[in-house]
Write a protein that binds this ligand. Structure first.
Ligand code: ADP
Ligand code: MG
Length: 563
């Protein structure tokens, strides 16, 4: 948490202490008040009141005292309200700090780590789990608040009525302590299950909505419903039982308290004067009414801590990720090589696999060339491109841009990010956003900077302009979620137009024309060859790559060059 939040936390603790002192004073004042009401002779024992009786009638004194007592009560309530409000606000503030930090970390982490991040986990951490983490924090603060108040009240009660108080408090604490021992593991376990099942539900929803056609064709509704129901039911049951466990002691204790007071009344009245007994009982009842809820809050808070623990761990896993938070560097200046891109003995293996996906690649590419890449599926083409784009760092070997080493050890110059600015990329799994054709082609750009002429030009290069112009809404046509309103080839061409619109010096297409007919693919490639870019194209149709300057063939991670 930031320094600002630490200061706020400190302020909150001060507020809690003041709040506790107010509660203590409030309790301290009720003693003389009840004493006077039950026995007006008592007035003579309190000097200041005795002095007042010289001027006023006794009955006239009682009203102002009642008034003062009410005033301190109101004050004490106000301070507690303030504490409550501040507690929630601070927990929320820290919650959004954590959430934003988590989101930043996910975006900023190295691509190599990102590919192993499960999206359901991330969604859970940044939505459901962060809420529970905020609850955790709120309960933690409330526990502190309750503790301070309990200490304050205990202090006054110890002075007023040590024996009865000590006995009672011992009884209550042992009741809760026993509960704590019995429920601890169950609660913690439930919390973990609640978290896991939430992730499972997100995963199931994502996967089954994505595979809806197969589910329909295979008539697998019941299968997925059952999966969903079993996770969902277990989740709800755990939540219900955990909530019950954290709340039921209050009811039990309220009952016990009444029984206790009945017997205490019997006990006290036997050997004390009636009025005295009433006064004492009043104090005890008042103290119980104040202290019992606080103790229950302590227990409730503690049980919520146990329940929410695994969510907090989940959130912290993401928030504490060690990303060298790059953020968007302001005014980052694009860098692109002017002569060559050179691979020198580059090898790569993924972190979780020993096998080398790329083996000892030596390659020199002249800027401005059009490079075709072929090779069987799984041979390492996409991995090669990811290394070319500096998303993955070679396990060994170097890449040079002109004569600059791309991953030099003293990487202070932001070279990677400057170089990446000069790349446009159309992946196999390109993104189509749920918006208009216009927003899709100009994705990531502020609407007030849209260059419509250029967008239409890019659409023309990508052979999608006719389709756009002939549709009713033109560029404002809605594509639907994941481009559901379009054909596969139309989607691909929109993704292509987006890359072309960007106007980068290096253009990379990874099987980006796989859904197009040979004819259209050929026209698009011809258009691309006329652009002033260094272009890398992965395609399975050798015929459409024939005009490339160089053809790279990747076979089991080994690169062969055909000029
Ligand atoms: P291509 O694009 O030529 O079809 P890829 O470059 O995607 O092939 O994959 C090359 C090899 O690397 C494949 O054998 C694949 O199984 C493996 N691979 C791809 N991604 C990962 C990953 N994240 N972790 C481990 N192995 C991977
Ligand atoms: Mg691939």
């Amino acid at each position: 948490i930031t320094l600002k939040r630490k200061r706020q936390l400190f302020a909150l603790f001060l507020l809690m202490i003041i709040s506790s002192i107010a509660a203590m004073l409030n309790l301290g004042l009720i003693v003389p008040f009840l004493a006077i009401i039950s026995d007006t002779n008592k007035i003579s024992s309190i000097p200041i009141l005795k002095y007042l009786t010289n001027f006023y009638d006794i009955n006239n004194i009682l009203l102002p005292i009642a008034f003062i007592f009410s005033l301190t009560t109101i004050l004490s309530v106000l301070i507690r309200l303030l504490t409550l409000w501040f507690t929630n606000k601070l927990a929320a503030g820290i919650g959004s700090d954590l959430s934003c930090k988590g989101f930043n970390n996910i975006l900023n982490q190295d691509y190599e780590d990102f590919i192993y991040e499960n999206s359901s986990n991330v969604i859970n951490a940044l939505t459901g789990a962060i809420n529970k983490a905020v609850n955790y924090l709120r309960y933690l603060l409330e526990i502190f608040a309750s503790l301070i108040i309990i200490i304050g009240l205990s202090f006054s009660l110890l002075v007023i009525e040590p024996n009865i108080f000590l006995g009672t408090i011992l009884l209550i604490f042992s009741f809760y302590f026993l509960l704590l021992i019995f429920t601890k593991n169950y609660l913690r376990n439930s919390g973990k299950i609640i978290n896991d099942k939430t992730i499972e539900l997100i995963k199931l929803t994502q996967e089954s909505t994505g595979a809806i056609i197969n589910i329909k064709l295979d008539n697998k509704f019941t299968f997925f419903e059952e999966l969903y129901r079993s996770s969902e039911t277990e989740l709800r049951q755990k939540i219900a039982l955990s909530n019950f466990l954290s709340q039921f002691p209050r009811l039990v204790l309220e009952g016990l308290a009444i029984i206790f007071i009945i017997f205490l009344a019997l006990f006290i009245s036997r050997d004390n004067a009636e009025s005295f007994a009433l006064g004492k009982l009043g104090i005890l009842a008042f103290a119980a009414q104040k202290i019992l809820p606080e103790i229950q809050k302590l227990y409730l808070g503690w049980s919520q801590l146990e329940i929410n623990k695994s969510s907090v761990i989940e959130v912290l896993r993401i928030v504490e990720k060690n990303t060298n938070t790059k953020k968007t560097i302001q005014n980052l200046i694009k860098f692109y090589p002017k002569r060559i891109i050179k691979f020198e003995n580059v090898s790569y293996s993924y972190p979780n696999a020993n096998l080398k996906v790329l083996k000892n690649i030596d390659l020199q590419i002249n800027i401005g060339e059009k490079i075709g890449i072929i090779g069987k599926s799984g041979s390492g083409k996409s991995t090669f491109l990811n290394i070319l784009m500096a998303l993955l760092k070679p396990t060994s070997g170097n890449i040079y841009l002109d004569n600059l080493c791309l991953h030099s050890i003293n990487e202070k110059s932001d070279l990677v990010q400057k170089y990446q600015l000069s790349i446009s990329y159309v992946p196999q799994n390109y993104l189509i956003i749920d918006g208009t054709v216009l927003e899709n082609i100009a994705y990531g750009q502020n609407p007030k900077n849209y260059d419509i002429d250029r967008i239409l030009w890019a659409a023309e290069v990508a052979q999608i302009k006719d389709f756009i112009i002939n549709s009713d809404l033109g560029l404002n046509m809605l594509v639907g979620e994941k481009g559901i309103n379009l054909s596969g080839g139309q989607r691909q061409r929109i993704a292509l137009a987006r890359a072309i619109y960007k106007g980068s010096q290096i253009l990379i297409l990874d099987e980006a024309t796989s859904s197009l007919d040979t004819n259209t693919e050929e026209i698009i490639f011809k258009n691309l060859y006329n652009l002033n870019t260094t272009t890398f194209i992965v395609s399975h149709r050798n015929s459409t790559l024939k005009s490339c300057d160089t053809i790279l063939k990747i076979e089991n991670g080994i690169l062969k060059i055909n000029n």
